[in-house]
Design a protein around this ligand. Structure first.
Ligand code: SAM
Length: 333
């Protein structure tokens, strides 16, 4: 092999690791907020809307007694949602040591934060690890199979290389039971690219007040077109900065590629909805209107858009939710 080939492979590996570390360090450094700090966040309504979307997904697909795998579980912000669904077992994994520590504190119920409450009713295992690098079916052989896998606001971090994107999906597929469900939320590549195009390809700053910036790292129309049609549409990096939320590298997930890749891993798409469409659809159901109200994301007269600022509503537009099902018939036991 020519030396340069080996060198570039090595460099790609190293830089991928550096970026994964950057993401981990960024989330690790974000400490748990008190109730007061949380309510003072400039994007509090957006956070509440995102919690509503995750709650709806969980209520739609979780069943009493389910074994749940929460990939990139963060600080365990969804523990209460799973508890309400009366799940039977929970495994949470995250690359950020600090977040897993916070998750453990929250699970043990001894944290001084807004989710101070009674103990959770389900047993849980919390692990620090890279879900897009490690072969999880070996590590979790005693815990599998799972009825549901959830990956909220995090799957796009696997799209830095094809190997990592494949590892993520291979892990989910290997750990889900036949007929099991994979739910997730991630940036909507079509919207991000549309916004970058409108901003002439270099940077778009959506929320000046909340300083949301998305910067393409040197990709233009021609590059995107080539990448999207190429055999390897991975590693399309942009920088994402949103005050009080994230400040790290992220990767575009072209949805058509995602859809065909999941099929290679024995999963089929049940639905995909941009957050706007998701809200419009599920706000037709009184139980979810009530849930929105309880979460504090609803103003007078059932108008979620009157509570959310126009800017926050625009940020919500950057995300989509998906539901996949692992092929095969569930065991009749
Ligand atoms: N899922 C949580 C939620 O919805 O509250 C956290 C979402 S947060 C925006 C993204 C999370 O992805 C962070 O906790 C980060 O540490 C985690 N993450 C990023 N890359 C990861 C990887 N390779 N393996 C495991 N976790 C990862």
């Amino acid at each position: 092999q020519p030396r340069s080939f080996l060198d570039s492979n090595f460099l790609e590996d190293e830089s991928t690791k550096i970026f994964a570390r950057k993401v981990a360090d960024h989330y690790s450094a974000r400490t748990n907020q008190t109730l007061e700090e949380r309510e003072a966040s400039p994007i509090i309504h957006l956070k509440k809307l995102n919690n509503w979307i995750k709650s709806v997904l969980i209520q739609l697909y979780a069943r009493r007694g389910d074994a749940v795998l929460d990939l990139a579980c963060g600080k365990g912000g969804d523990l209460i949602k799973w508890d309400k669904a009366k799940i039977g077992y929970y495994v949470g994994i995250d690359i950020a040591e600090g977040s897993i520590e916070d998750c453990r504190t929250r699970y043990n119920g001894d944290a001084d934060h807004h989710q101070r409450r009674k103990k959770f009713t389900f047993p849980a295992r919390l692990i620090c690890g890279d879900c897009y690098e490690v072969q999880l079916d070996k590590a979790l052989a005693d815990d599998a199979p799972f009825d549901i896998c959830s990956c909220q606001f995090a799957l796009h971090y696997s799209w830095s290389t094809e190997a990592r994107a494949r590892r993520a999906l291979a892990n989910v597929s290997a750990l889900l039971r036949p007929g099991g469900t994979f739910i997730g939320t991630m940036p909507d590549a079509n919207v991000i690219i549309k916004k970058l195009r409108e901003a002439n390809g270099s940077i778009f700053s959506l929320l000046k007040a909340y300083s949301l910036e998305i910067v393409s790292t040197g990709f233009d129309e021609e590059f995107l077109e080539k990448k999207f049609k190429s055999s390897s549409p991975f590693g399309i990096k942009y920088k994402f900065h949103l005050e009080d939320a994230a400040d790290c590298p992220e990767w575009i997930v072209p949805f058509h590629v995602f859809k065909s890749l999941v099929e290679e891993y024995d999963m089929e798409l049940i639905f995909v909805k941009n957050s706007h469409e998701f809200v419009h659809e599920y706000m037709k159901r009184p139980e979810y209107v009530e849930l929105m109200r309880r979460l504090g994301a609803l103003g007078d007269g059932n108008q979620y858009q009157s509570t959310l600022s126009q800017d926050e509503w625009e940020v919500a537009y950057l995300y989509l939710s998906f539901v996949l099902r692992k092929r095969g018939q569930p065991d009749r036991t």
